[in-house]
Design a protein around this ligand. Structure first.
Ligand code: GDP
Length: 302
């Protein structure tokens, strides 16, 4: 249900176009596939992925002797789910520690929804009965610390911080010490998102990771990259660059509610080779959903 309402824009555009196409072409033929290809590319599924998908649909149509377009519609959904799932690991589950502290690092360019996602996840963990602490590791961008504190207050979790311009690694050190002393379950760490200087950013993230790792062997347990779905293929390129700067274990795709091109989920899974663990479907605390390919695709068509 959440997927259904959150994906309204993509539903209204993409799904209606497919439905309209199926109604216009009764019989499966070359023109039908060509138009379908355009619709899929228009939904940001990604050119390479669309080519593969169309090939498989043609193959499947022949194999099962499908001649009516309406009979092919279900196969389109099936294949979209397959393509996502076959790209590799699909489990959205986070690598949570059974005993002791779990540390999650958030990376991504400014404005993609990093702070909001940290707030939403903090809320989710609290609801599960876990204790949470936030680390204000973006000491570079003016207002980033305040913004995280607003979320901290909203959700009812404490933020470990220093002043603007301070060393992010020092903030992380403080945060890890506080988390250990208070026996907190989860520490969620914000980081800076300026991609203008790749080398600086890389050094900063490495230093932050080293401090965490030194204090807690095996941590950080997840490095989640936040990507804004409304930036489409541009966002995907930016994400690739970020992937060169640090190892990412999962994607959070935000603002899916704000785009008609939700197919970007599939392009991201295929091209970044990292599973999408959560999607953002709005600005509120509860608008974060664990990602599941079949729920997503059936949310589009169902
Ligand atoms: P940051 O700079 O990466 O920390 O980005 P913010 O967390 O400040 O988010 C930037 C803007 O995007 C804010 O106005 C958020 O309310 C908005 N935002 C974040 N996630 C979502 C989402 O899933 N859906 C929508 N519609 N807006 C979002």
């Amino acid at each position: 249900e959440k997927f259904k309402t959150g994906l309204e824009k993509t539903r209204n555009s993409f799904s209606e176009k497919v439905n309209d196409l199926v109604a216009r072409y009764r019989k499966v033929d070359e023109d039908f596939f060509e138009e379908l290809e355009e619709i899929l590319i228009g939904a940001d599924v990604g050119v390479n992925t669309v080519m593969d998908l169309i090939d498989e649909l043609k193959f499947e149509a022949q194999k099962r002797n499908i001649q009516e377009t309406k009979d092919l519609q279900e196969v389109i959904s099936e294949k979209l789910v397959d393509i996502y799932n076959e790209a590799g690991e699909t489990s959205p589950a986070l690598n949570m520690q059974e005993n002791g502290l779990t540390v999650i690092l958030f990376v991504g360019v400014n404005g993609v929804g990093k702070t909001t996602t940290i707030g939403k996840l903090a809320h989710k963990f609290k609801q599960e009965g876990k204790s949470v602490l936030l680390a204000a590791g973006d000491t570079f961008r003016a207002g980033a610390i305040d913004q995280l504190e607003v979320w901290g207050e909203r959700v009812g979790v404490e933020v470990i911080k220093q002043g603007e311009g301070s060393d992010p690694a020092a903030v992380m050190y403080d945060a890890v010490q506080a988390a250990k002393a208070r026996k907190v379950d989860v520490l969620l760490c914000d980081t800076a998102g300026r991609l203008q200087n790749k080398v600086n950013l890389m050094n900063e993230l490495e230093k932050v990771k080293r401090v965490i790792e030194r204090e807690i062997p095996g941590a950080p347990h997840e490095v989640l990259q936040v990507i804004d779905a409304t930036t489409g293929q541009n966002g995907l390129q930016q994400a690739k660059t970020f992937g060169e700067v640090t190892d990412v274990t999962g994607i959070v795709l935000t603002k899916l509610d704000g785009t008609a091109k939700g197919g970007i989920v599939i392009a991201i899974r295929k091209e970044l080779n990292v599973p999408v663990k959560f999607v953002g479907l709005g600005e509120k605390m509860d608008d974060l959903q664990e990602f599941d390919a079949s729920q997503f695709v059936y949310g589009l068509f169902g």
